[in-house]
Design a protein. Sequence first.
Length: 178
Amino acid sequence: MEAGIEYRDKTIRRNMTELVDLLASKPDLLPGQAAESISLHRLTVKESERTARDIMDPMPTIGIQANLQEAAALIVKTGSSIIAVLSMDGKLTGVLTTWDITQAMAAGVYEENVEKIMTPAVISAAPTCGILDVVTDLEQNQISAMPVVENGTVLGMVNSDLLAQRYLLRLLRSHTNR
């Protein structure tokens, strides 16, 4: 019990010192704004240590010889808008998105295998890639998802929906729990 009280008191002193220091350095800042700034900074520091491996979800995969109908069925079954296309030896060789399938259908291409319609130039993240780097890659390349790959093997994927659901909610909760 004493250890808990001591920890609480130490935390309160640290928080008050940090708040007073920030208010002294920025006299136009209101106390609530200063507390919010400190909270956001702490959340950012904590989350900046997380990696793609920490946040990834499973990524559906399909073989390079699969046909368009099999790929579309997998997308429907998994609810994913992107699937990894694997070579015969199980290595990432491309991705297939709902957009790729839509373009193929619009062009009247129904019987092709996924190799003919996939996107071969894959933008991927290493499992050790930081969250900020993942977000930057998604934004700069104007994509909504990317596989997490190590030595050609697909480990999972990260996407903008995942980031929004997990981190936006956490950020909003941190503001309402003050």
